[in-house]
Design a protein around this ligand. Structure first.
Ligand code: 2U9
Length: 376
């Protein structure tokens, strides 16, 4: 077979293989097989060395011509394959910039009004110097009732519509706390702890200034009651705490919470086993329009209960009522949320209805602070 035949055969073979290569890796394999060290075109070039000079004169340009031709064909096919790969990628990664932008979860999600109001309340009382106290939802009868001066068999225990748990091995039934007051009992008992011998830390003497926000439970369900609801209670214990301070704390809180320049409060005598005297507090409001306006008008709205801590409660927590006295108050977080943000059915709070949350919920990054605004 002549050199011309070899060149023609290789040209047909290699141009066919180049055209058949479907990706850059396949094309590179053809390049190695033709132009690599042990490639078919390189092998032909190597025969030039042993040729007679006369033959080399014609064979050299012919073989080099084939080499350049194949090299150019590989480059051209490479450019085609890269172009096709880019087109495929562009098609696959196509973005329709005319579509609306998909919102990030942080802008889509909503903070529940109860969480919002909880954060607003804790921001206000923290600013006044109160610490936030927490405790268990499942309590013993002693922490929920006895320590709070509810006598055994007293009707007030039934008034709380308590949920009882199955009795333990000793026959006693734990309860779902009916108020957050056991949290303050625990705080007072801790404040009264004597440091163990040799330790400098442990005892925290009064003054105590705490608020206890939390879930509470009562067997009750209608438009304004749910079996689980949220309360925030406050407690101040010091040697000379008095009702004047209680009134100031409540007024400052209500002004800050309802974001109004002033509030007028009305204190009515009431009864709670854990406070003496006990009072229910109404705030002046205007109910003539669609929503209740606090701080103006000629109506009254019951908003919270309060009183001076009963001496028996102090005694039950190891504090001497002749040395210490204090005041306490309690209010419903859910009710405050309804009043401030104009919802009228408490049950909707717990329906987990996304449309309701989209409407009444708050944006995740709008954290309530006193300097940045509570509800802005
Ligand atoms: C201790 C001593 C006293 C907390 C108080 C109220 C009055 C009160 C209700 C308001 C609406 C509960 O959510 S509600 O139904 N609470 O009226 N709570 S005084 O007094 C305490 C708490 C703890 C150790």
């Amino acid at each position: 077979m002549s050199l011309q035949d070899d060149i023609a055969r290789l040209r047909t073979e290699l141009t066919g293989a180049i055209a058949a290569a479907t990706d850059e890796a396949g094309l590179d394999a053809v390049r190695v097989a033709a132009l690599g060290k042990k490639g078919s075109v390189s092998a032909l070039l190597a025969t030039l060395g042993s040729m007679a000079p006369e033959d080399r004169k014609t064979a050299g340009p012919a073989i080099n011509g084939l080499k350049n031709e194949i090299s150019a064909a590989i480059d051209a096919r490479g450019a085609d394959l890269r172009g096709a790969a880019l087109d495929a990628r562009l098609a696959a990664e196509r973005l329709d910039v005319t579509l609306p932008v998909k919102a990030a979860p942080t802008t889509e999600g909503r903070i529940h009004p109860i969480s919002q109001v909880w954060d607003e309340i804790t921001a206000i009382f923290s600013d006044m110097g109160f610490k936030i106290a927490e405790g268990p939802d499942i309590e013993t009868d002693w922490y929920n009732f006895t320590a709070l001066n509810f006598p055994e068999g007293h009707p007030a225990r039934e008034m709380h519509d308590t949920f009882f748990l199955q009795p333990g091995p000793d026959g006693t039934k734990k309860v779902l706390r009916t108020h957050t007051s056991p949290v303050q009992i625990r705080s007072m008992l801790r404040a009264n702890e004597k440091p163990a011998a040799g330790y400098l830390t442990g005892a925290v003497e009064p003054p105590i200034r705490i608020i206890a926000p939390g879930r509470t439970y009562r067997h009750d369900s209608d438009q304004t009651h749910t079996p689980m609801f949220h309360q925030v209670e406050g407690l101040v214990i010091d040697k000379e705490s008095h009702i004047g301070q209680l009134r100031w704390v409540l007024e400052e809180f209500l002004k800050a919470f309802f974001e109004v320049p002033g509030v007028t409060l009305r204190f009515r005598p009431s009864f709670f086993p854990f406070t003496e005297p006990s009072m229910e507090v109404d705030v002046q409001c205007d109910r003539s329009g669609a929503e209740v306006k606090i701080g103006e008008g000629s109506d009254w709205l019951e908003i919270l209960g309060c009183g001076m801590v009963h001496p028996n409660v102090l005694r039950n927590c190891g504090l001497d009522p002749d040395v210490y006295q204090g005041f306490a108050w309690g209010m419903g977080i859910d009710r405050l949320a309804m009043l401030k943000y104009g919802m009228n059915d408490l049950r909707a709070f717990f329906d987990a209805d996304k449309r309701w949350l989209d409407h009444y919920g708050f944006k995740a990054f709008d954290m309530p602070t006193l300097f940045g605004g509570l509800s802005s």
